[in-house]
Design a protein around this ligand. Structure first.
Ligand SMILES: Cc1cc2nc3c(=O)[nH]c(=O)nc-3n(C[C@H](O)[C@H](O)[C@H](O)COP(=O)(O)OP(=O)(O)OC[C@H]3O[C@@H](n4cnc5c(N)ncnc54)[C@H](O)[C@@H]3O)c2cc1C
Length: 433
């Protein structure tokens, strides 16, 4: 290896909740060398949790007890309760009588936790490439390439990589060729993109999930009079199921059960429980939306449309607007509607790591992972690559959520510890920077 290039015992790509939880778990579980010498690379200029969806009046969809640590270590300094205590709000929070803090408050909690790792985090840098370092026909380490917003490139070496890069907005095929049109954007860019669309009056919101529902209410509440077409493929908007027995699938020990199943059993299971997480807003939000449409009827003024059983058949654009050909799935009728802006609340894909890891693809097979989230590699590939948040098909529906962060990070920590004792000489952990 080149001695002038910094070498880290661990590099975490992305510093969202998953890798913050990992940073804490390493510190709390005696993995001192890793904990203090790990590097985290985050593309945003500072910590922010789903910044463009930080809407007023939105709340967590999960109990604050499923914070970064409590389920693993309720005595941790990084609990949400300790955060409240540090901020002098514990009593006031208790008076709220809720398990579901606002998203603003949870973002502040996460930023507070992230601030404890400032010296180990390179913000404003995104990782774009990873190359193998080979010795005697074996890949012994990795070169991690990142670039900051001014275009400056850096390279760092490591033997252990943990991806925690979250999801990328899913763009339906019909919209792909229009994605540079700033009038068409994904929900993950909502607040930023709306600043470029301040005069948009006719707006289509496509999707039936929590983000679509939150955006509908946010647009409805804006002073400028938006006319919204809320376009959904299903016959109605159905609520998420967070009832207690069903919620047990998000318990950390459930991961063993799902991982032990065959691929077919897992697929059947994920399909059966889909309505805990996908295309299913919270019931109170659905009730608010219903009330908006009801009040329209009372006033006999139709400001918005709810277009159920509707698919996007074709997309065209010109200076006058975006013209969507809508297919009514019930009667097969086609109808063209025109908009000033189209918001794709169409969910997320979680395979961006494959693009970054493309130069290593021949060692990584089908990118499948073991129980400890480590990609199964060929024998000559020695480094460890872990995936956080990209293992739903093998580890269950909790994988993309906050539910298991505290425990998953400890499991990855254990895997790193055993890899260290098995494969890697201690001197290799020396920090060169
Ligand atoms: C609006 C919204 C609300 C949600 N609310 C909840 C909720 O209430 N409860 C719940 O359980 N789940 C919720 N989720 C699910 C969400 O996935 C998790 O809450 C959580 O954000 C997952 O953390 P993460 O660190 O894996 O991913 P993310 O939070 O997405 O963080 C990934 C980080 O990686 C960075 N990154 C990406 N690519 C690169 C790169 N190439 N180089 C460097 N950095 C990179 C990103 O900038 C980002 O900061 C919500 C999701 C959304 C979109």
């Amino acid at each position: 290896m080149n001695d002038t290039i910094p070498c880290y015992p661990l590099i975490g790509i992305g510093f969202g909740p998953s890798n913050i939880a990992l940073a804490i778990a390493l510190r709390e579980h005696g993995l001192d060398s890793l904990a203090h010498n790990a590097l985290f690379i985050e593309r945003q200029p500072e910590f922010a949790w789903h910044k463009s969806m930080m809407l007023d009046n939105t709340h967590m969809q999960i109990s604050f007890l499923k914070d970064l640590v409590t389920i693993r270590n309720p005595k941790s300094n990084f609990t949400f309760i300790n955060y409240l205590h540090q901020k002098n709000r514990l009593n006031d929070f208790i008076n709220l009588q809720t398990f579901f803090p606002s998203r603003q408050e949870f973002n502040d909690y996460l930023a507070w936790a992230a601030s404890h790792f400032e010296s180990q985090t390179h913000y404003d840098e995104h990782v774009f490439d990873i190359k193998p370092i080979t010795e005697a026909n074996c890949v012994v380490a990795l070169e991690v390439y990142s670039r900051d917003s001014k275009g400056k490139e850096r390279v760092n070496h490591t033997k252990n990589l943990v991806f925690g890069i979250g999801g990328g907005g899913y763009i339906p095929t019909q919209f792909k060729k229009f994605i540079h049109d700033q009038r068409i954007f994904h929900s993950s860019e909502y607040l930023t993109a709306m600043k470029d669309n301040t005069t948009a009056k006719r707006v289509a919101v496509i999707g039936a999930g929590q983000s679509a529902a939150e955006i509908f209410m946010n647009l409805h509440g804006r002073s400028s009079e938006h006319n919204i077409d809320f376009i959904i493929r299903a016959n109605s908007i159905k609520p998420s199921d967070d009832s207690p027995f069903v919620n047990e699938i998000f318990n950390p020990d459930f991961t063993d059960q799902i991982f032990a199943k065959t691929e077919l059993e897992r697929q059947t299971f994920l399909k059966e429980y889909r309505q805990t997480n996908y295309a299913c807003p919270d019931l109170p939000l659905i009730e608010e939306i219903y009330n908006v449409f009801y009040q329209q009827k009372v006033r006999q003024q139709q400001r918005h449309n709810l277009r159920v059983s509707t698919e996007i058949h074709a997309v065209n654009t010109d200076e006058q607007g975006i013209h969507l050909t809508l297919l009514n799935r019930q009667n097969g009728e086609l109808k063209v509607c025109s908009y000033d802006a189209v918001i794709l609340a169409t969910g997320y894909v979680r395979d961006q790591h494959k693009e970054i890891l493309a130069p290593l693809a021949k060692y990584l097979g089908d990118f499948s992972v073991d129980r400890h989230y480590r990609i199964n590699t060929t024998a000559e590939f020695k480094p460890n690559i872990f995936l956080q948040g990209a293992c739903e098909s093998t580890h269950g529906l909790s994988d993309t959520l906050l539910s298991i962060l505290a425990v998953r990070s400890q499991e990855i920590g254990h895997a790193l510890q055993s890899a260290k004792s098995k494969n890697i000489a201690t001197q290799d952990y020396a920090l060169i920077e």
